[in-house]
Design a protein around this ligand. Sequence first.
Ligand code: PLP
Length: 387
Amino acid sequence: MKSFSGLERLVPDYIKNFEAYIPSKPDDELKKLYGCSRLYRLNNNENPLGPPETARRVLEAFEPARASLYPSGDCYHLRSKLADIFGMHPDQFLAGNGANEVIAFVIKAFCQQGDNIITADKTFAVYEWVARFSGFEARLIPLVNYGFDADGMLERIDERTRIVFICNPNNPTGSWWDQAALRSFLDRIEGRCIVVVDEAYREFVEDPEFPDSMKLIADYPNLVVFRTFSKMYGLAGLRIGYLAAGNEVVDIIRRTCVVYSVNTMAQAAALTALDDTGHVARTREVVKTGKRFLLKELDLMGLPFVNGEGNFVMVRLPISDSLAYRKLMTRGVMVRAMTGFRFPNWIRITVSHMEALEAFVDAWSKIQREGRDFQALSKTLCQLRSV
Ligand SMILES: *Cc1c(COP(=O)(O)O)cnc(C)c1O
């Protein structure tokens, strides 16, 4: 291929300094690479139950001819349904190609050159990434006790701060702000910037003290709430998420939306997923059972962990997370290595069904045993050598 000698000049510095995210390979490739016959994915916090029955039926009955038609450009029916559910107006909702896309909508809508956003250092990284590869500063405030630090963030806000991103519950630590904490933060912000509360795991939380953020929108016109169908509703592969906010803020954000980014199947599945009343309870039960088992086994294996809300648990390992990732992969278990989240030597495990969790526990026990055998062997070798 011919080299592009003028390329350098065309690339902004903030792109030059940015490294592309490398997604994991498809399962068939990974199985070949690591020599395992089956693979348990515990890396993406997916729902092991899959989509609700109601959504499955819609997907099965999907008429192929509809694929030739553009989808509803503004997710008309989905927004009406969300408005009914939350007692709001359909115009207060904007759907995107996953919550990931609505992150970009909000940043594009409010940031210009010289502006900054604020979030935590150890949280979902996409807020930081979109800001940085769009040329904006991302101010990362260290977590305190694994949770978002309200005082720390307030201290760093200046006149160029446009958005504060709070992940509630936080991925990966599971920490969360209750209603009082969120209200107090919003009061202290006094409308100086947009406050995004990313509630990707909201549906997993049963505690009544968890904020009713949709209601808070009426009191705080600078509040934006994110939700997704990828986690609880098991539709990650169809890519659909949404934001909710006051009318004035949504009117601004809507200007940056790419029309037709949410496909027809995703819209139809999401719409019906909300009808399945048993799905949320069943999933919570799976997570509860899975966590009980996993936490007990982690204790037995002597692995420290951070367990909060959400369908995941963060675990500290005695070896590097990338080495652990590879060792687990050869045994058919895929976890999230946490160096990318600034938690080196930690992994995040999705609380999936028992079979998958047992596979993890089994794999890790064997890895630990091998490690001990190896240590014992090297010790013996040293002793032999010194004789
Ligand atoms: C998974 C996740 C998302 C992204 O969800 P998509 O709708 O699949 O793009 C957003 N925020 C957090 C915290 C997540 O964990």
